[in-house]
Write a protein that binds this ligand. Structure first.
Ligand code: FAD
Ligand code: MLT
Ligand code: ZN
Length: 486
């Protein structure tokens, strides 16, 4: 894990005492608490990338909203710092403690509360796992409006708290639009009950929006009401090989033009990602396209008429090949191939991690500059003599959600090292600012980008955020040291 020499534990926070432990034992059954058992605490203290590691002594796993309320009210009164944690798949170090913060895990808040098959509104606990929700909806003919590679572990509360984007964003848009209501517990124990299922409700400030993307700094989301669309009847996917990022952009324009209403995903990755996939996840011979290409695009169509949709997709691909925008393309012939193509895309983060310790940058930018950032980073590491198979940095990979102008740059290194970090930051954030991008498209700020908010938000915006934080969490116990802490 990386070392945070720039951070010091805030002495205003209390340290856990035996009295505190006794209180927690009074409100939660023993199987909902982990106390001072290092092996059991470890998965909660360390993040998915194994980059961030805290030293919490206690994990509380409440089973009801009322228990969350009692826990947090007590922590606030005692000035015990708290980290809310869902599936712990976050990629910016936001969901793990920095020092000894108490972890409040939503793992036991995992019930579906209601589903209305007429409107498609789903109301559930925040700890429901995204994939479980999607499987439940599949039985009803509906679909979750978001999908991520982490679906098997991430929770809807964590998705809301990070305002996760993901693979269906192009089709269904942001959680800011799809979330109909939330139930959240504030640091003083107040249960903010706004689990509305209405599509329209213009009655005052839309407070739920504050929690979407708040990364656990304002309160704990305990319930989510979400608008779910009908599950498309006909879905297909194509894998395309291309020569340049200009071709990727041309293919995207064509996809919008020719597939229009059935276009549901447009993802890209580079040759470096394919090398990692072949090295670590999919045997070379099982990779669906035989030759190697500098860029790859995954195009998904979703609609209601398979014959019509497949014909459109094939015609689109033929045009790409004819106009020399693409070099090669295949369409999934069956469910297995459909899954293989998607699993290649979804496996890239894991493949990057298998190559080493990963520095992840998640940016949005005008499309024309999207891949230039990867090229400039490669030049920077080459000039520094650090980039190569046996050198400190062995892979610099670009992939992401072209349809949303969102690039994921992954730098895999032998280990996390201050000289590597210093070569990237703040240089990369200056680069993003210069190209009018955002330093976080979808992963959030967490601990990783806490210092750098000023590259994407003005002083007046940050001041306003701090005022809101001060009103809701005057003791600053909610997820301290992360993006909005002093
Ligand atoms: P955690 O990691 O547990 O927490 C994330 C943050 O939310 C923390 O700050 C935490 O304090 C806070 N939090 C969690 N639960 C609550 C709650 N109930 N109330 C208040 N605060 C809470 N992200 C994307 O946007 N798009 C992707 O395509 C995508 N793909 C991914 C693929 C992989 C393989 C992985 C590992 C991650 C991916 N992510 C992606 C990152 C993404 O942020 C998370 O997967 C997900 O949204 C986090 O959910 P979680 O339950 O794991 O939250
Ligand atoms: C993705 O799109 O795969 C995710 O955001 C995860 C990542 O960037 O590693
Ligand atoms: Zn992503």
């Amino acid at each position: 894990a990386e070392k945070y020499t720039h951070l010091q534990r805030n002495p205003n926070f209390s340290e856990l005492t035996q009295e505190d432990i006794s209180f927690f034992q009074k409100i939660l059954p023993s199987n909902c608490l982990i106390i001072d058992k290092q092996d059991d605490l470890l998965p909660y203290n360390i993040d998915w990338m194994r980059k961030y590691r805290g030293k919490s002594r206690l994990v509380a796993k409440p089973q009801t909203t009322e228990q969350v309320s009692r826990l947090i009210e007590y922590c606030n009164g005692r000035k015990l710092a708290v980290v809310p944690q869902g599936g712990n798949t976050g990629l910016v170090g936001g969901g793990v403690p920095v020092f000894d913060e108490i972890i409040i895990s939503t793992n036991n808040l995992n019930k579906i509360r209601s589903f209305d098959p007429l409107s498609g509104s789903l109301v559930c606990d925040s700890g429901c796992i995204l994939e479980n929700l999607d499987n439940y909806l599949a039985e009803q003919g509906y679909v979750m409006p978001l999908d991520l590679g982490a679906k098997g572990s991430c929770q809807i509360g964590g998705n809301v708290a990070t305002n996760a984007g993901g693979l269906r964003f192009l089709r269904y848009g942001s959680l800011h639009g799809n979330v109909l209501g939330l139930e959240a517990v504030l640091p003083d124990g107040t249960i903010l009950d706004n689990l509305a299922t209405l599509r329209k409700d213009n009655t005052g400030y839309d407070l739920k929006q504050l929690f979407i993307g708040s990364e656990g700094t304002l309160g704990i989301v305990t319930g989510v009401s979400i608008q779910t669309p009908r599950r498309p009847k006909a879905v297909n996917v194509a894998l395309v090989g291309l020569s340049s990022f200009e071709n990727v952009q041309d293919a995207f324009i064509k996809a919008k033009e020719e597939l229009s209403e059935i276009l549901s995903a447009f993802e890209f990755w580079d040759a470096s990602a394919v090398k990692l996939i072949k090295d670590h996840l999919v045997q070379g011979s099982r990779f669906p396209l035989e030759d190697n290409y500098p860029f790859y695009v995954l195009v998904e169509s979703s609609g209601s008429n398979k014959v019509h949709d497949d014909e459109k997709l094939l015609c689109f691909l033929e045009n790409l090949l004819e106009k020399d925008i693409a070099k090669n393309a295949i369409v999934a012939q069956d469910e297995t191939q459909f899954r293989t193509i998607w699993s290649i895309r979804e496996g890239i983060p894991e493949a990057c991690s298998k190559a080493g310790s990963v520095y992840k940058y998640d940016v949005s930018m005008p499309l024309e500059f999207l891949y230039k950032m990867v090229e400039d980073v490669r030049c920077r590491f080459t000039d520094a003599g650090l980039y190569g198979e046996d050198l400190a940095v062995n892979s610099i990979t670009g992939y992401g959600h072209v349809g949303d102008g969102n690039l994921h740059l992954n730098i895999s290194a032998k280990s996390y090292a201050p000289e590597i970090t210093a070569l990237i930051e703040p240089w990369i954030y200056e680069w993003i600012e210069k190209h009018k991008g955002s330093i976080s498209a979808e992963h959030g700020l967490g601990l990783m980008k806490a210092k750098y908010l000023g590259f994407s938000k003005s002083k007046s915006m940050i001041d306003m955020m701090k005022k809101i934080k001060q009103i809701v969490d005057p003791n600053g116990i909610m997820n301290p040291y992360k993006f909005i802490s002093d």
